[in-house]
Design a protein around this ligand. Structure first.
Ligand SMILES: [Zn+2]
Length: 288
């Protein structure tokens, strides 16, 4: 997809998912926003209300290319939750084809400016996320003797509940500048600030990443809730925007409740709803 088409897609995607989002957010967690719609409505009802709402945007929607229209139907629950085998591209890159190609283009451009875009983490499946969760939960509750609820709050500062990670999608990456030598953990915000080794990387990405479709997800915006600031986590918007739209159209609350992992017994419906609102949806608005 050329940048031109990608931009066109992004503009449409925004209108499209925002409009859809009204029903779908309400469906999942926010009763007041649902208005007259019932929280447990069926797919058929969802479709009907969408069609009803879309009539306000008839002009825009009739001009929408057919390939964009069915986006929400293209991704299965398994795929969205990191449980499906998806085709990944590039050794050490592991992204969907289009995201991979765009990443290589961006990497080439960064090289010529003296920055080596190095992937620390990209695709991660459900089971990998589950093992990260288990490791942290056991460490916090057993070695550190934390109360389970405090342990869960601490985990979700930076790590997701299994099945809810954007890393499941093959569109998101954690990256640093491979040229800069540093010691200890690399994915810490201080390394991207002031005299930190990745300051030049951050500046380059701020100026250029959008040209290649990559956007920061967990921004430094003070009012943002959910996951903490992650100056290393970028998302390939032309695919992740429709994937998030597809994901929020599912009943995420029920999907999480179906899973079994440590600490899950402490999850109330209220907790999951606020997690969806803050950790999944309170992100860079350019990615909604
Ligand atoms: Zn990440």
């Amino acid at each position: 997809m050329t940048i031109h088409i990608a931009k066109y897609f992004l503009t449409l995607g925004k209108t499209f998912s925002k409009e859809l989002g009204y029903n779908n957010i309400g469906n999942v967690f926010d009763i007041p926003k649902v208005g007259k719609y019932n929280i447990q409505k069926t797919n058929q009802m969802k479709r009907r209300s969408f069609i009803h709402k879309s009539s306000f945007f008839g002009m825009a929607l009739t001009t929408m290319p057919h390939s964009i229209w069915p986006t929400q139907e293209e991704y299965t629950v398994e795929e969205l939750m990191g449980k499906a085998e998806i085709k990944l591209h590039g050794e050490g890159i592991n992204l969907r084809k289009e995201a991979h190609d765009a990443f290589l283009e961006m990497k080439k451009a960064a090289y010529s400016d003296g920055i080596d875009l190095k992937i620390v983490s990209s695709f991660r499946d459900f089971y990998r996320q589950e093992s990260i969760w288990e490791r942290k939960y056991n460490q916090y509750t057993e070695s550190d003797n934390m109360d389970p609820l405090d342990a869960i709050d601490k985990i979700i500062e930076y790590s997701t509940i299994p099945g809810t990670s954007r890393h499941h999608w093959g569109t998101d990456i954690d990256i640093i500048d491979g040229y800069r030598k540093t010691t200890g953990d690399v994915l810490v915000p201080e390394k991207f600030e002031e005299e930190g080794p990745f300051v030049a990387f951050k500046k380059w990405m701020d100026e250029n990443s959008r040209k290649y479709g990559f956007y920061l997800v967990y921004t430094n915006e003070p009012k943002r809730k959910g996951f903490k600031y992650e100056p290393w986590h970028y998302s390939y918007a032309p695919i992740s925007i429709p994937m998030l739209a597809a994901y929020r159209s599912k009943n995420i609350l029920q999907l999480i409740q179906k899973e079994e992992f440590s600490g899950k017994e402490h999850f109330t419906a209220g907790f999951i709803r606020s997690y969806i609102r803050n950790n999944i949806l309170d992100i860079n608005p350019e990615l909604l």
